[in-house]
Design a protein around this ligand. Structure first.
Ligand SMILES: [Mn+2]
Length: 258
């Protein structure tokens, strides 16, 4: 479990040969949205990056690694990840939708799972990476839920259900969250500025990069600190959204894929 007030700040130190690292998040891949899957596939097959870091919610839902062991959408995604990992290292941090991605999928696809948060050290610069949900401190209901579902006990009890039952449960939970989205009184929490500053100071980093909120922006946090928010993906939207953040010695650059 992450201690929010004082997390471990695991470091990922880039080898000197890495010139660029791509960050993506919140693709919410699902079988019913082939345009986003195809955009992602095209991206993976052509990116010139030296490493790829996925900052969570790659999948709309992940009900267990056994989902990728039978033919279907999850297996297709796993195969793409595996082929990409043959070409460049691929890192994966959990989001709130795909927190059940586990060691079996990591082994199947040659992914390296990252702690949330992780400090990427690239060309001497420290980038504080997180999915972002844990710092949305106003969302107390969600944080209670998060604390529960991240325990090994909850996860092993959930994974003990048959795959089809887990898929059905996930669909039911998704309907609930769609209802919440449609309710105009729903208030969407954002990353807490004080907590973000504190993390940056503790991590000795100047820039935090996260996803989760689907509100791409760059926030000046004062004292040279900033918070960069990644875009979500929806290739079927008008205009389509498929964006990455490319980190290099020159800094951070948003790249729209088209
Ligand atoms: Mn999320």
């Amino acid at each position: 479990m992450t201690n929010v007030a004082n997390p471990a700040f695991t470091e990922l130190v880039a080898p000197p040969a890495w010139r660029t690292v791509d960050l993506i998040s919140d693709l919410h891949l699902q079988a019913g949205e082939p345009a986003t899957f195809n955009a992602w596939k095209g991206y993976l097959e052509t990116t010139p990056a030296d490493a790829l870091v996925i900052l969570g919610d790659l999948f709309e839902v992940w009900v267990g690694d056994d989902a990728a062991a039978e033919p279907g959408f999850e297996a297709q995604c796993a195969e793409l990840l595996r082929r990409t990992a043959e070409r460049l290292p691929v890192f994966f941090m959990h989001g709130n939708r795909d927190f059940l991605v586990g060691p079996a999928l990591a082994a199947q696809c040659d992914l390296t799972l990252l702690d949330d948060p992780t400090v990427l050290v690239l060309h001497g610069q420290r980038w504080l990476l997180s999915h972002g949900d844990i710092l949305c401190l106003e969302d107390t209901e969600y944080l209670k839920f998060r604390a529960m579902v991240r325990t090994p006990e909850w996860q092993s009890a959930f994974l003990a259900h048959p795959l089809e039952e887990r898929r059905a449960l996930a669909r039911a939970m998704r309907t609930q969250s769609e209802d919440r989205k449609r309710n105009p009184s729903t208030i969407w929490a954002d990353v807490d500025t004080g907590a973000a500053r504190q993390w940056l100071q503790q991590a000795q980093a100047r820039t935090m990069v996260h996803g989760h909120t689907h509100r791409p922006a760059e926030h000046d946090l004062g004292n040279g600190l900033r918070r960069i928010v990644l875009s979500d993906w929806d290739a079927a939207a008008h205009p389509p959204r498929a964006q990455l953040l490319c980190l290099s010695a020159a800094g951070a650059q948003r790249v729209d894929l088209r």
